[in-house]
Structures are given as structure tokens and as C-alpha cells.
Design a protein around this ligand. Structure first.
Ligand code: NAD
Ligand code: MN
Length: 361
């Protein structure tokens, strides 16, 4: 039987709380799916840092390398600077494992109202470039504290980096039978990097994905279209900074952080990919057992799809949708009073019901 090795890093705050629920659901898919999951949990979080002076052991990356995927919770603790938690744990994984696609579904869920008047039936994905672009550690500050103080920030975009994210988006669209790719830049301003992006994305689309419709927008206009007609998008392709902003806008259109999953994907699969909720460690509600586990559970579903278990991933999402549609069990962020565990159990139950129906029929 196919066996997947999964590294689990639950992290800080609500991370372990929502991870518990995701692992239960993951274990249930195994019984239904004809595959096995072997998972190992790593206690690499802020507590670990305070004890050891580092976020992960020296050979941590080497250890992770041998896994098929990483399921990540959230990290962040008031006692440790965010630069440390993010730059010593999340960033090395994203960068060294060449997870250059940040994948975020934006999908209306049943029973979850959108803040938009016409906010139903939204269903698109964002491919955000995850490895270069505006978030490059290049530049610096001069004349600190003086009136003439300046900062220089360099955006680094490479032809190879643009081509590979464009291909990843194009392949995804083809595989899923989607029809349209939308790319966002701001190349009417004199941004050299955006001109390079536009040229090479357009070329890749016409040379390699001629069957797909392709459109390019200025990102400011696209932000308005997200609000006015979000139903018209299928695959949105954007650079690191623009993709970051558009993703949070997208998340806001369909129900917020407790419901938003993501994948940091290495499409070549030469290193493991990492799946995590968009939210952080939520210190304001940590320890209360009231965090919404849906974003974490859905992230586990994205992980299964990436591993090739599309049916099992789909079953998880169906169970989530069923529980939300029914509306009886809901955490506080989506208007109910259920605990994290109750929400997780309801999803688990919905999945188990499906299997027994299948087995009987
Ligand atoms: P956050 O996402 O942790 O919380 C923002 C708000 O959303 C809070 O009010 C929180 O209670 C609520 N929220 C988040 N997830 C929820 C859930 N599952 N259910 C219900 N409510 C939820 O963002 P923040 O407060 O800006 O950051 C807190 C810490 O997390 C910081 O240290 C930050 O650096 C870190 N962070 C980490 C990641 C990550 O691990 N990838 C991402 C974002 C923030
Ligand atoms: Mn963001």
C-alpha cells in the first residue's frame, strides 16, 4: 500500500489546538483511502527556541527533507521576536525546499456569508510567487535618524522565477479543466520587474498554454474587480507582494482567517511541500479551545491532493462544507459557540457517515 511520510510541526498558540483536529481527520482518510500515513511530530516552536536558542536543531532541514510533505500549524509568541520565528523556521523551509508557489483557494462556503452583497459562488485560486520578487533581502537604509534618511528596497525578479510560477499556474488550470488565467502587475508605473513579469508570463501562456484564456490587469484595478465580480476569476497569478495582498482580500471575501488554507508548493516534488492555515498563532484566543480548526483541516486536504490523493482531499472538503451548511456546529469566529474539538468532531463524523453510506451502497 502507498505510504506517505508526513512531518507535523504544530507550532505555537492555537497551532497545536487546531492541529489535533486536523490529525484526527487525516487519520480517518487513511482508513477510507487505500493509503497509509506515517507521521512524525516535531516540537519546533517558541518554547523550543527559549530552551535551545534555536527554532530547530542544526540538522532540522536535513531531517525534514526525507518527508513527503510537511503539515504546519502556526508560529508566533510574544516572548520571541517574529523575525526569529519566521526567518528561522518558516522561511528556510519555504526557500530551501524551493516552495515557490504559494497556493491559496478562495471559495465560497455554504452558510458562510460574504461581506459582499453579491458574494456567492466565488471559486478561484491564487498562485502567489513565493520565493523572490518584492520580498527580497536586498537594499538597505542610509542616514538613520537624520532628516535626509532614505531606504532602498530592491525587487528581484528572474526570468526563470517568472516562467516557473507561470507554468505551475498553467498546468494547474489544465489539470483541473479550468479555462482562464489572470495575471496582476503594475507595469503602467515604471516598474522594470513588472515588465519582465508581463512579457514572460504572456509568452509562456501563448507558447505552452494556448488552450487557456489569458488576461492581464493592473493590480489596483484587479482589487476592485475582486470586489465587483469575484465570480469571473479562476486562476489568479501574482508576484509575492501583490499575491499576498490579493490573498488576504480574497480570504476576506469568503469568511476570514479561520477558514483559509494554503500550500507552499514545490511543483517538481524534489523537496517536500508545506501546508498551513493562513492565520497565525492567535495569542488572543490561544488556550481557550475556541479556535476554528477548518483552515488547518482544509490545509491537510490540500496536502493530500498534492500527494496525489485528490479523492481523499475532496472528501475532507465535502465534510467541511456539509458541517458548515448544516450550521449546528460553529466556532465563535463564524457566529457559533462550539469548541475547536466539537467542530473537529463534527467534520470527522460527517466523513465517517459518508464512508458508511458508501460501504452500504
Ligand atoms: P493571527 O492570524 O494569529 O490572528 C488575527 C486574528 O484572527 C485574531 O483576532 C485571532 O484570534 C483571529 N484568528 C486567527 N485564526 C483563527 C482561528 N483559526 N479561529 C478563530 N479566530 C482566529 O494574526 P496576528 O494576531 O497578527 O499574529 C499573531 C502571531 O502569529 C504573531 O506572532 C505573528 O507573527 C504570527 N503569525 C504567524 C503566521 C504563520 O505561522 N505562518 C502567520 C501570521 C501571523
Ligand atoms: Mn499575508
Amino acid at each position: 500500500m502507498k505510504t506517505y511520510q508526513i512531518a507535523v510541526i504544530a507550532g505555537d498558540g492555537i497551532g497545536p489546538e487546531v492541529m489535533d483536529q486536523a490529525l484526527q481527520v487525516l487519520d480517518a482518510t487513511e482508513q477510507q483511502g487505500g493509503f497509509r500515513i506515517e507521521r512524525e511530530e516535531f516540537p519546533w516552536n517558541s518554547e523550543y527556541y527559549l530552551e535551545h536558542g534555536r527554532m530547530m536543531p542544526e540538522d532540522g532541514m536535513e531531517t525534514l527533507k526525507s518527508f513527503d510533505a510537511i503539515l504546519f500549524g502556526a508560529i508566533g509568541d510574544a516572548r520571541v521576536p517574529d523575525e526569529v520565528t519566521i526567518w528561522e523556521l518558516i522561511m528556510p523551509i519555504r526557500k530551501q525546499f524551493r516552495q515557490y508557489v504559494n497556493f491559496r483557494p478562495v471559495k465560497s462556503l455554504p452558510g458562510i456569508p460574504s461581506p459582499l452583497a453579491q458574494g456567492e459562488d466565488i471559486d478561484f485560486v491564487i498562485f502567489r510567487e513565493n520565493a523572490e520578487g518584492e520580498y527580497s533581502d536586498s537594499g538597505g537604509r542610509l542616514y538613520a535618524g537624520q532628516e535626509g534618511e532614505i531606504a532602498v528596497q530592491n525587487t528581484i525578479m528572474t526570468r526563470a522565477g517568472v516562467e516557473r510560477i507561470a507554468r505551475a499556474a498553467g498546468r494547474y488550470a489544465e489539470e483541473r479543466g479550468l479555462k482562464k488565467i489572470t495575471s496582476a502587475t503594475k507595469s503602467n508605473a515604471v516598474i522594470h520587474a513588472n515588465k519582465l513579469w508581463d512579457e514572460h508570463v504572456r509568452r509562456i501562456m501563448s507558447e505552452e498554454f494556448g488552450g487557456l484564456e489569458f488576461e492581464q490587469y493592473y493590480v489596483d484595478a484587479l482589487a476592485a474587480y475582486f470586489v465587483q465580480r469575484p465570480q469571473t476569476f479562476e486562476v489568479v497569478l501574482a508576484s509575492n507582494l501583490f499575491g499576498d495582498i490579493l490573498s488576504d482580500l480574497g480570504s476576506g471575501l469568503v469568511g476570514g482567517l479561520g477558514l483559509s488554507p494554503s500550500g507552499n508548493i514545490n511543483p517538481e516534488k524534489d523537496y517536500p511541500s508545506m501546508f498551513e492555515p493562513v492565520h497565525g498563532s492567535a495569542p488572543d484566543i490561544a488556550g481557550k479551545g475556541i479556535a476554528n480548526p477548518v483552515a488547518q483541516i482544509w490545509s491537510a486536504a490540500l496536502m493530500l491532493e498534492h500527494l496525489g490523493e485528490r479523492e481523499a482531499g475532496g472528501r475532507i472538503l465535502e465534510a467541511i462544507e456539509e458541517v458548515l451548511a448544516e450550521g449546528r456546529v460553529r466556532t465563535k469566529d463564524i457566529g457559533g459557540d462550539a469548541t475547536t474539538a466539537q467542530m473537529g468532531e463534527a467534520i470527522l463524523l460527517a466523513m465517517e457517515k459518508k464512508t458508511s453510506v458508501k460501504a452500504e451502497g
